[in-house]
Design a protein around this ligand. Structure first.
Ligand SMILES: *[C@@H]1O[C@H](CO)[C@@H](O)[C@H](O)[C@H]1NC(C)=O
Ligand SMILES: *[C@@H]1O[C@H](CO)[C@@H](O)[C@H](O)[C@H]1NC(C)=O
Ligand SMILES: *[C@@H]1O[C@H](CO)[C@@H](O)[C@H](O)[C@H]1NC(C)=O
Ligand SMILES: *[C@@H]1O[C@H](CO)[C@@H](O)[C@H](O)[C@H]1NC(C)=O
Ligand SMILES: *[C@@H]1O[C@H](CO)[C@@H](O)[C@H](O)[C@H]1NC(C)=O
Ligand SMILES: *[C@@H]1O[C@H](CO)[C@@H](O)[C@H](O)[C@H]1NC(C)=O
Ligand SMILES: *[C@@H]1O[C@H](CO)[C@@H](O)[C@H](O)[C@H]1NC(C)=O
Ligand SMILES: *[C@@H]1O[C@H](CO)[C@@H](O)[C@H](O)[C@H]1NC(C)=O
Length: 304
């Protein structure tokens, strides 16, 4: 009973122990999958190129249907032209003179991503809500336009920063301040001020958006979620306790049941047992004892 009882008690305890861990796992940033998405979008953006794509012309790509809502564009550039001329306007990005990639390639492809409604999923930011979609600007070697899994080229603006002019920024809820957010390719996040109402700037590649603090414009989605989490935790603690109490009652009941049964048997044995005992001593016990005693003597005789 001891082992079984403690095992039964352990079950709800282990459940309680794992529950918060499971909830945490759900809400941790999916930086691994964001990188996998970059690789997939590189592939699909490169497919937008015709046989001989012109340099400096944006080609819109088509994403697989399981990612519909994401927009991608690819533009091929000579790296010398990027450095000396920049790109006046590439979607929301204004690329000034003086942007240099590393390592050097003769031609590069700038892949533009607009994650639309997928922004929150791939770039979760607890306590913030997005006022604009996450936009990405990444550079790749253009030497092989059918290559996949290409590493990103690092690029930096050595003169003026690259400007991002977001075209559809939701209005900021009262009392909160919009912030530019930048995700680098290693998963780190940095915030900066929004300028001119809808502009952010960067000297590096990565993913960009405009966010605001905890008040969600769509009715406190994050807060509701955290309330629900608290609800789940409290509920499971109470549930676990109730289970423990139930188990304790069961264990006690089982023990009592066993005791009463034993007592009943003892009483029964006391009533009829004495006569039985006497007869068993009388004829069955004595011969069985002689059998067990003769065995060792037989064996010792066998050994010479
Ligand atoms: C996730 O981000 C961390 C830094 O925040 C980084 O060290 C780690 O390598 C990233 N993991 C993946 C799979 O990209
Ligand atoms: C979407 O579909 C593509 C191609 O069918 C597949 O490679 C990719 O893993 C899928 N991505 C997601 C997030 O489901
Ligand atoms: C993607 O492009 C289509 C067509 O140009 C446009 O209607 C849609 O709004 C774009 N999506 C996002 C998230 O910008
Ligand atoms: C979100 O805000 C809550 C309460 O202000 C805080 O305890 C928590 O650490 C914040 N989470 C993150 C990821 O910043
Ligand atoms: C770019 O790609 C070409 C062809 O695949 C390769 O020869 C070259 O080394 C690559 N350049 C860099 C810097 O990776
Ligand atoms: C370009 O990349 C594709 C896919 O990785 C590969 O099959 C092909 O051989 C490469 N071409 C050159 C010229 O490197
Ligand atoms: C974040 O931005 C601030 C201000 O631009 C800068 O001082 C800081 O070094 C940045 N942090 C990272 C990790 O890049
Ligand atoms: C952002 O704006 C605030 C107030 O407008 C100012 O105090 C702060 O220095 C600014 N931060 C940066 C990095 O420019």
């Amino acid at each position: 009973m001891g082992l079984l009882g403690s095992l039964a008690m352990l079950v709800p305890l282990t459940c309680l122990f794992w529950l918060p861990v499971l909830i945490m796992a759900q809400s941790t940033p999916m930086n691994g999958s964001a990188r996998a998405l970059d690789a997939l979008l590189q592939d699909y953006a490169f497919r937008a190129f015709v046989v001989r794509p012109k340099t400096g012309i944006p080609y819109d790509g088509v994403v697989p249907s399981n990612l519909s809502g994401i927009n991608i564009t690819a533009m091929r550039l000579r790296s010398g032209s990027l450095r000396s001329k920049g790109v006046k306007m590439y979607k929301e990005f204004e690329i000034p003179i003086g942007v240099v990639e590393q390592p050097y390639v003769e031609r590069l492809v700038l892949v533009y991503q607009n994650l639309g409604d997928w922004s929150k999923l791939y770039y979760p930011l607890p306590n913030y809500s997005y006022l604009a979609p996450v936009l990405g600007l990444l550079a790749y070697n253009a030497s092989n336009l059918s290559a996949t899994n290409l590493p990103e080229l690092d690029f930096r603006a050595f003169g003026d920063p690259i400007k991002i002019k977001f075209s559809d920024v939701q209005s900021t809820p009262d009392g909160s301040v919009p912030m530019c957010v930048w995700f680098d390719l290693h998963g780190s996040v940095n915030f900066s001020n929004v300028t001119s109402g809808n502009e952010c700037s960067t000297i590096q590649q990565g993913h960009f958006s405009i966010v605001t603090g905890s008040i969600s414009p769509s009715g406190g989605g994050e807060e509701k979620k955290s309330h629900r989490k608290v609800g789940i935790i409290v509920g499971s603690v109470l549930g676990g306790l109730a289970l423990l109490v139930l188990l304790a009652v069961l264990v006690l009941w089982a023990r009592k049941c066993k005791q009463t049964k034993e007592m009943q048997e003892m009483e029964k044995a006391a009533e009829v047992g004495e006569a039985l005992h006497m007869t068993s001593v009388g004829d069955t016990k004595a011969p069985s004892a002689t059998v067990t005693r003769t065995q060792p003597t037989l064996e010792s005789e066998y050994v010479p």
